[in-house]
Design a protein around this ligand. Sequence first.
Ligand SMILES: [Zn+2]
Length: 344
Amino acid sequence: MSHPAANTSSFMTDFLRQAGGVAILDGGLATELERHGADLNDPLWSAKCLLTSPHLVRAVHLDYLEAGADIIITASYQATIQGFEAKGFSRGDSEALLRKSVEIACEARDIYHGRCREGSPDGNNDGRVLKHRSILVAASVGSYGAYLADGSEYSGNYGDAITLETLKDFHRRRVQILAESGADLIAFETIPNRVEAQAYAELLEEEDIKIPAWFSFNSKDGINVVSGDSLLECASVVQSCKNAVAVGINCTPPRFIHGLILSIKKVTTKPILIYPNSGESYDGDRKEWVQNTGISDQDFVSYVNKWCEIGAALVGGCCRTTPHTIRAIYETLSNRSAASLSSQ
Ligand SMILES: [Zn+2]
């Protein structure tokens, strides 16, 4: 789907219908790259791999597609022109690196479709999901706090010097480039506060951005977004944005998701997306995840049907979830649609 429907309002609903009601997102990208040995201790985080190991990024996208993901999210979360320039890249090279994140994901999609054509029609493909279907490439945009690389995407506290206008100017060029890169939509991820959501919404409008976007917030108390801003107000900003095709929550512990979906539902008619982290805690001082503080893939999956019952329409995983998590989501959703068909 390199040319999404011009009509934004039906873009996601049409896609969801094709996907059988619920679409599957991929899982953590940066943490999965790390699991494969990448060292992401760098202000660019996963975007460092655009420079050092694009083949690994492509392989991880492919793993997620073969686990059943319908949407893959590019490695541009912490890729910014400002961040690349700080490393000595020219403006032109920095812009090319942003485009490269989308090219890599599109290549993974092409390879995947090739494998689907070659795959066995009886579905027996060494445990891989090789089912020809529409796949979307979502161009990730991380927050200003992610660029700062000081954990402030988990506090949302940018200080008084950062205003709506500063945020729009910070994001402007990157959003323009990603919108013209061949991606199907933009994924504004891990949004920590209301002003940044407002900045994104205004940018889409001012720059006449031609592809749709989803807006995903994070929460650390299950009630508000991480800055303390009201989730209802944040989701209302998205509800009034005509380019927004979904609103939801990512990188938040699974135990909070149920309540957050119920809140979002109060203020939106747009599809709700949910991609929690593994529930493990992150030690910001040591810059590492605390092992065994999260939940198993099976426990994660036991929540998924509930989330869909109360309205989630796109489900996947964020940090520390893996292709196994996505495969488990795929299985449970396949069983669910089989059960609902047989009860009709
Ligand atoms: Zn995450």
